[in-house]
Design a protein around this ligand. Structure first.
Ligand SMILES: [Zn+2]
Length: 212
């Protein structure tokens, strides 16, 4: 199978060095995209708390608005919230003014409803273009990409184990999903990742330190 389905090609990291493709402290950063959603985010929060792991949740603005109590729980548990666009729109086909408006909208929801300043962005489907850096710079935000896609959204633990087993490194930024798609296998997926990390003597990091 094509390795780029799990981990972005090397040249991307050279072309866009201002984006985060891996952690800067040789620790693993675990991230969740597409929530918060009842039915999955709570389970994940409980598991993270039991295992003393801090994470970033790249929230879809719409989900954030509809599930403010879950968002509050994310923050009160010491995790961070990132911006993943209001409706999970792919930004590459949008006008610059539209992208700005949409990023702002999610930031403002977090500010107004959670008294929280969002610092991190992740483009839906990982799709960005040459404008992305400049736009985010004006917001004072950082684009957080990844080095490992676990394929948890396919709801097949074998895929997650294969991806994590083959591509987990000590400085990986790992993507999971707290959407409904992954809810049946998410805890087993996290367990496997932690076991794999432990076997290889890799540590799990705290978001701000991983992204310095
Ligand atoms: Zn997404």
């Amino acid at each position: 199978m094509n390795k780029w389905k799990y981990s972005p090609p090397f040249f991307m990291k050279y072309l866009f060095p201002e984006f985060k493709w891996s952690t800067s402290n040789s620790k693993i950063l675990i991230t969740f995209d597409d929530g918060p959603l009842p039915g999955n985010s709570e389970k994940i929060l409980k598991y993270l708390s039991e295992n003393k792991i801090k994470s970033i949740f790249f929230c879809v603005g719409n989900n954030l608005e509809e599930n403010i109590s879950l968002a509050k729980e994310i923050l009160s548990e010491g995790h961070l919230i990132g911006n993943h666009m209001p409706l999970h729109q792919i930004i590459t086909g949008m006008k610059t003014s539209e992208i700005i408006k949409n990023i702002k909208e999610v930031n403002e929801t977090a500010r107004e409803k959670l008294n929280y300043e969002i610092k991190y962005f992740r483009p839906p489907h990982g799709k960005f273009d040459l404008r992305t850096s400049k736009i985010l710079k004006e917001f004072g935000m950082t684009n957080v990409m990844w080095s490992l896609i676990t394929w948890d959204f396919r709801n097949d633990i074998k895929l997650v184990k294969n991806a994590s087993g083959r591509f987990l490194k000590q400085d990986s930024i790992v993507v999971f999903h707290d959407s409904i798609k992954s809810s049946e296998i998410i805890i087993e997926s996290l367990e496997f990742l932690l076991e794999t990390a432990e076997k290889r003597n890799y540590g799990i990091g705290v978001p701000e330190e991983c992204l310095k």
